[in-house]
Design a protein around this ligand. Structure first.
Ligand SMILES: Cc1ncc(COP(=O)(O)O)c(C=O)c1O
Length: 387
């Protein structure tokens, strides 16, 4: 019967990150620096409000787009922090994590044969959904441009079939983000073409040194812009599964809401009350976590430099994308050798498209002692394998 399974489903594969994580998960002696899961507990005040939601019997279906108070909180958050205004009644949809926001967006926009431009290396959650929607992912090689997708690269990749561009900034897997000036140039390309820009801002609250700049601040592309965000990374709430879409104008959000409704009806009512507390009263939580991540980032940076690894200082998220091309082995082989010989697991760069080959992703969403031990294990491997 297997031949009757949908062809597109057969074409996609379980994410390389998960595959690798599963491979090492049950091996107790391997120390993992693989997962993009904040290591902080969800803040207590958020947990309290979530428990209260159960006590108060807020356990029924909610509005498809999410409870209005949460949509208002999201709208206020964007207007206060990024000076962008979205109508909570018509332009905000609360989703089951940013993952479902991405799926709803692609399924609302894409027809068979459409093309979606993405930077490479890139978060592996996009490509399979583009394929499932019958469209074609078109990766841009950003290795020569410091992992930043540029306006010029985008301009060169646009064809008559291009329907959308998706950009995560700060980026998973590189931790690189885009500046106001770089985003201005990208916005000007979008303005000149008939296509959508999907801005995945899930790491917006984890930007170091400079504040995050949202491309939504360029009002001229408002009608072509879909912003995706959520509380998974900002408040260590990955298991709550709350994300959101900001999708003006109303004609677009209206279509998205149909896909969302038939997909999930609404996100978990209880989780929505937790997210409401996070967004209304949890700005300090993100700042505290960010400061800790920043210390870890600086520590990892210093250690990688000591190992003579060509590296750069990521300005957001909690990842390093480490160049191991001088080892002259593919990244999967290096990751397997590291796990077996050095007992430390990093994600092979090839999990992030072919443009991630020659790199390993290290997540520093682990406590400093674990990070230190992981790097102590990495160092002799690198020394022994560098000619
Ligand atoms: C760039 C990016 N977008 C979206 C997601 C998915 O977020 P969520 O857990 O809220 O579905 C992730 C998770 O790692 C991510 O790295």
């Amino acid at each position: 019967m297997e031949q009757f399974i949908n062809d597109r489903v057969k074409r996609i594969e379980i994410s390389g990150i998960r595959q690798f994580f599963n491979m090492v998960a049950d091996k107790k002696d391997i120390l993992s620096l693989t997962i993009g899961q904040p290591d902080f507990p969800t803040p207590d005040h958020i947990k309290e409000k979530t428990k209260e939601a159960i006590e108060n019997d807020y356990t029924a279906y909610t509005a498809n787009a999410g409870i209005l108070s949460l949509r208002e909180a999201i709208s206020n958050f964007y207007s206060k922090n990024y000076q962008i205004s979205y109508d909570p009644k018509n332009e905000v949809i609360v989703t089951v994590g940013a993952s479902q926001a991405i799926d709803v967006t692609f399924r609302t926009l894409l027809n068979e044969g459409d093309e979606v431009i993405l930077p490479g290396p890139v978060y592996p959650g996009y490509e399979p959904l583009i394929i499932l929607a019958g469209a074609k992912p078109v990766h841009i090689d950003t290795r020569e441009t410091h992992f930043k997708i540029t306006a010029e690269q985008i301009e060169r990749s646009i064809t008559v079939n291009t329907k959308a561009i998706i950009i995560p900034y700060p980026s998973n897997p590189t931790g690189v983000t885009l500046s106001k000036e770089e985003l201005a140039e990208i916005a000007s390309v979008i303005e000149r073409h008939n296509l959508f820009l999907i801005a995945d801002e899930i790491y917006s609250e984890l930007v170091y040194e400079q504040p995050h700049f949202s491309i939504g601040q360029f009002a001229e592309i408002r009608d072509k812009l879909i912003i995706i965000n959520g509380v998974s990374k900002s408040h260590s709430m990955t298991g709550f599964r709350i994300g959101y879409i900001l999708a003006p104008p109303e004609w677009l959000a209206k279509q998205m809401l149909k896909v969302h409704q038939y997909n999930v009806s609404c996100p978990s009512s209880i989780s929505q009350y937790g997210a409401l507390e996070a967004i209304n009263n949890g700005q300090e939580d993100s700042k505290k976590m960010k400061n800790v991540y920043q210390e870890r980032r600086d520590y990892v940076y210093a250690r990688l430099k000591d190992m003579n690894l060509a590296t750069y200082l990521p300005n957001g998220g909690f990842y390093f994308f480490i160049d191991i091309s001088h080892l002259h082995l593919d990244s999967f082989t290096v990751a397997v050798q590291l796990a077996e010989e050095a007992k430390v697991a990093l994600v092979p760069g090839s999990a992030f498209s072919k443009y991630g080959e020659g790199f390993l992703r290290l997540s520093y969403a682990y406590n400093l002692a674990t990070i230190k031990e992981g790097l102590d294990r990495l160092e002799p491997y690198i020394n022994n394998h560098t000619n």
